[in-house]
Design a protein around this ligand. Structure first.
Ligand code: GLN
Length: 497
């Protein structure tokens, strides 16, 4: 049994490490929660991971967790401090979605995942920063403030769940939840050196997740290691009658998959995700990871091609904005959210509500989506994108006849500088080039820390390895990622704070 952690270091623990101390009564949930809150107070001014911190609420939940543990009724997440992306509804706690539109919105109900966390006895620390309505790759589209990468403060944390990724990387939360529509859990996880997981479409209920693109959105964990990811997946997965897209498929115990065993696993390296023109240092990370899998006894084959990958960006940027334009029509200033009321007519009020309530990127997406769905263009754009979607899905299906796991990088570069891509939406979109195909196909995909490359000022910038799997075979991905994590020491390397 490990020595009791000193109270100044509690915030650094993983959930499973903390749970051991909690259940042995070496530490209380209140102490653990206070340690996370103190950490937030000490560093969040520099990081900007949170939009709202709910100190009193957290301590009250911690006390309830301590009581529960005292009764011998605790589970793996009882008393564990969690950060949640600010697009998941929390009763009595504002849920802004990173937007002026919802700046004052206090939901009357909890998202399904929040209910599940509450049932598990977890402690909500607060709500994390994000790109407005989850549209972006850097958190720079947050209406409130940017978030800084804990590894290099002048760089972005990735996005749109960059607040959750930075909170975990800077030890401002033990674990976190984010949402992934086109990479928003995995890309920030890669840039911040933490684990990020997008489950299969349908694995986790989106009830109470503010909708961006409903055929793509999934909620997923951001954690310090793969075991914590499995623990969170156990808590949040499973069918929910309030989300008709959540699947009636049995949820295994994901921690049982973490055997450390990948002997004979068939791994395919996807050429399009480790392209020839990649920076040599980034390529080196992928090559080293492949070697590691070979040493662990996996059968690895290079050169697996998914040729439709090249159309994924175009396909995504038709489908996602189309769905967003429909989903965001509800923000008209009538029912909830920001409302402009000084106009001379209802139409003027609606106009101004949307003009002032939405930021530029959100407006851009609404315009693209409205255009793509309009009569005369629907067939040329939206329908075509759906056809490409089928091709992308089929290519994955064929590849998974030969391989258990597909491997590539999460992003073509490490975290970029704040401001670097802000004026060039296309460059920003390209940073998700490797993380768009999986939501398009609905398959699960994990980002696991795989090393570092050096920035121009000598900074160490984390790189994420992406493993993709068959629908509802999250267990296989978690097993492979965990075996890789155990064989490497990346997990122990943390930003200096
Ligand atoms: N960066 C992508 C976008 O801007 C993906 C965002 C996401 O996954 N929510 O749409």
């Amino acid at each position: 049994m490990s020595a009791p952690a000193s109270s100044t270091e509690l915030h650094r623990l993983t959930a499973h490490e903390a749970q051991e101390l909690l259940s042995n009564r070496e530490v209380s949930a209140r102490e653990l929660t206070q340690a996370s809150l103190d950490r937030i107070a000490a560093v969040d001014e520099q990081i900007g991971a949170y939009l709202t911190v709910v100190e009193e609420h957290a301590l009250a939940q911690a006390d309830a967790a301590d009581e529960r543990i005292g009764r011998g009724d605790g589970g793996p997440l009882t008393g564990i401090p969690v950060a949640v992306k600010d697009n998941m509804c929390t009763v009595g706690i504002r849920t802004t979605c990173g937007s002026r539109m919802l700046e004052q919105f206090v939901p009357p109900y909890n998202a399904h995942v929040i209910e599940r966390l509450n049932d598990a006895g977890a402690v909500l620390l607060g709500k994390t920063n994000m790109d407005e309505f989850a549209m972006g790759s850097s958190v720079e589209h947050s209406a409130f403030h940017p978030t800084h990468n804990p590894w290099s403060l002048d760089r972005v944390p990735g996005g749109s769940s960059g607040g959750s990724a930075a909170a975990v990387a800077a030890d401002e939360a033990i674990v976190a939840l984010g949402s992934d529509t086109g990479g928003s859990v995995r890309q920030p996880a890669a840039h911040c050196g933490v684990v990020g997981f997008k489950p299969t479409y349908g694995r986790v209920s989106r009830y109470g997740l503010v909708a961006f693109a409903s055929s793509l959105d999934q909620i997923g964990p951001l954690t310090k290691d793969v075991r914590d990811c499995a623990l969170l997946m156990n808590a949040i997965s499973g069918q929910d009658p309030r989300d008709a897209t959540s699947a009636p498929i049995e949820v295994p115990d994901f921690t049982a998959a973490l055997t450390g065993e990948v002997q004979g696993l068939r791994v395919g390296v996807v050429s399009e995700y480790v392209p020839g023109d990649l920076d040599p240092a980034m390529r080196g990370v992928a090559e080293a990871a492949v070697k590691q899998f070979e040493e662990l006894g996996a059968t690895v084959e290079w050169g697996v091609s998914l040729p439709s990958t090249e159309y994924a960006l175009a396909c995504y940027y038709i489908i996602a904005p189309s769905e967003a334009s429909a989903n965001l029509a509800r923000y008209d200033g009538v029912k909830y959210g920001y409302s402009y009321t000084e106009g001379e007519s209802m139409w003027e009020n609606m106009d101004k509500t949307r003009q002032f309530g939405f930021g530029d990127e959100v407006k851009r997406r609404i315009m693209i989506g409205t255009y793509a769905l309009s009569s005369g263009y629907y067939d040329a754009y939206y329908l075509k994108a759906l056809q490409v979607r089928t091709l992308i899905r089929r290519e994955f299906e064929e590849a998974f006849e030969r391989f258990d796991v597909l491997l590539g990088l999460v992003a073509p570069t490490p975290a970029f500088r704040l401001g670097e891509k802000l004026d060039d939406p296309y460059q920003m979109y390209l940073s998700d080039i490797f993380t768009l195909p999986q939501p398009i196909a609905g398959i699960p995909s994990i980002s696991v820390p795989a090393g570092f490359v050096e920035g121009p000022a000598g900074e160490r910038l984390p790189v994420g390895l992406q493993l993709m799997g068959r629908p509802f075979d999250e267990a296989m991905l978690l097993r492979a990622a965990d075996a890789y994590e155990r064989a490497t020491s990346w997990r122990e390397q943390r930003p200096e704070w």
